[in-house]
Design a protein around this ligand. Structure first.
Ligand code: 5GP
Ligand code: MN
Length: 340
């Protein structure tokens, strides 16, 4: 049916590791997105069906528009429940780390995971996986970690154990990491998998609405404000920049996740192939970068903002002021003209 992307030997090792234990923790990256939540919860539902005791721990809160996801109410947020999470991690027998490549992506949760005696299984689709895991399943050519979880479960011979809740989570991650199947989504097998998920009962139109059509009025106004007042286009570099200060965010009653998707919007302008959004958070500057075609958003992010990610979707952070981050962006643009 679908090709065997994950090496047989790794499937075997995962099976052996899972069979040998009861207590399993699944962790995702800081500010978990749809794919982080989709993959962790998808795996969580699966492990429940095979009668394990999985616990999902994420470093920081996830956006409200993911709170409908089945099982999300059981997720522990490390920032809120540090002691409880530390205890669970110290006692667990196996840790899955999903949707990130290096331990720093776990932020404050990293020491407790890395120092835990339990072996780690890394499953991810970012380039350059770290070396902390006993088993590393890294496939940058696959557009979401959620898709990898689907493939893993199938290869473990447990397709029939993917229940509706599990399928909904997997679908959500596949959908969000491809912008609703508008980028990184040309591989035919994605649609074979979606077809299977729909057979299980996934209502893809409903999931799209739950994730993408749940704006508050404040969020919609913030988007309008950002595009009208804060977007700068650099035609010479086929680039666009949006910035939002902490004060502006407060004015629009900013909630976690409210600027999700904003960075993609300037890519709808004819000729723009690179879009950057810089947000002033209380403790740092957050940078999101998106591109079209071969323009390397991840290289730009690594070079300028010490970040990383995928060719067309990357992120980074900066400890500078917002103005300094903008200056760094503008100074770097000419160096990337060759990629246009
Ligand atoms: P977003 O802009 O949605 O926060 O992130 C897009 C992608 O960029 C993520 O899926 C992740 O691969 C990567 N990314 C985001 N923030 C960071 C960061 O601070 N460091 C690194 N290395 N990658 C990031
Ligand atoms: Mn992902």
């Amino acid at each position: 049916m679908i090709s065997k992307i994950i090496a047989e030997e790794l499937i075997h090792k995962v099976k052996k590791s899972v069979d040998a234990v009861d207590k399993i923790v699944i962790v995702a990256h800081v500010a978990p997105d749809g794919d982080a939540m989709g993959s962790t919860l998808g795996l969580w539902h699966y492990l429940m069906t095979i009668e394990k005791e999985p616990v999902v721990i994420v470093p920081t809160a996830f956006a409200d528009f993911l709170k409908w996801m089945p099982g999300s109410d059981r997720v522990l947020v490390y920032a809120d429940k540090k002691e409880e999470c530390d205890k669970i991690l110290a006692e667990t027998e196996l840790i899955f780390t999903l949707d990130f490549n290096v331990e720093s992506r776990m932020a404050d949760l990293a020491p407790a995971v890395i120092n835990a005696s339990a072996p780690k299984i890394l499953i991810d689709h970012h380039l350059h996986p770290g070396d902390y895991a006993k088993i590393t399943i890294s496939h940058p050519e696959i557009s979401s970690t959620s898709e990898l979880i689907f493939r893993l479960i199938c290869r473990l011979g447990d397709f029939s154990k993917i229940n509706l809740a599990c399928a909904e989570c997997i679908y959500t991650g596949m959908m969000t990491d491809t912008g609703g199947f508008t980028y990184n989504s040309n591989k035919q097998e994605i649609y074979t998998i979606i077809s299977e998920l729909i057979k299980i009962g996934v209502d893809k139109d409903e999931i799209y609405r739950r994730v993408f059509n749940t704006y508050s009025a404040d969020r919609m106004k913030l988007m309008g404000y950002a595009l009208y007042k804060k977007m700068k286009v650099y035609p010479e570099y086929q680039a666009a920049l949006i910035t939002l200060t902490a004060k502006e965010l407060k004015k629009f009653n900013y909630q976690n996740g409210d600027t999700e998707g904003l960075v993609n919007m300037p890519l709808s302008i004819a000729g723009v192939v690179f879009s950057v959004f810089i947000r002033e958070d209380s403790d740092k500057i957050k940078v999101s970068l998106r591109s079209q075609g071969t323009f390397p958003a991840n290289k730009f992010s690594a070079d300028v903002f010490d970040g990383g990610g995928h060719l067309n979707a990357a992120g980074g952070e900066s400890c500078t002021t917002l103005e300094e981050a903008v200056a760094k962006f503008e100074e770097a643009l000419p160096d990337y003209k060759d990629f246009l």
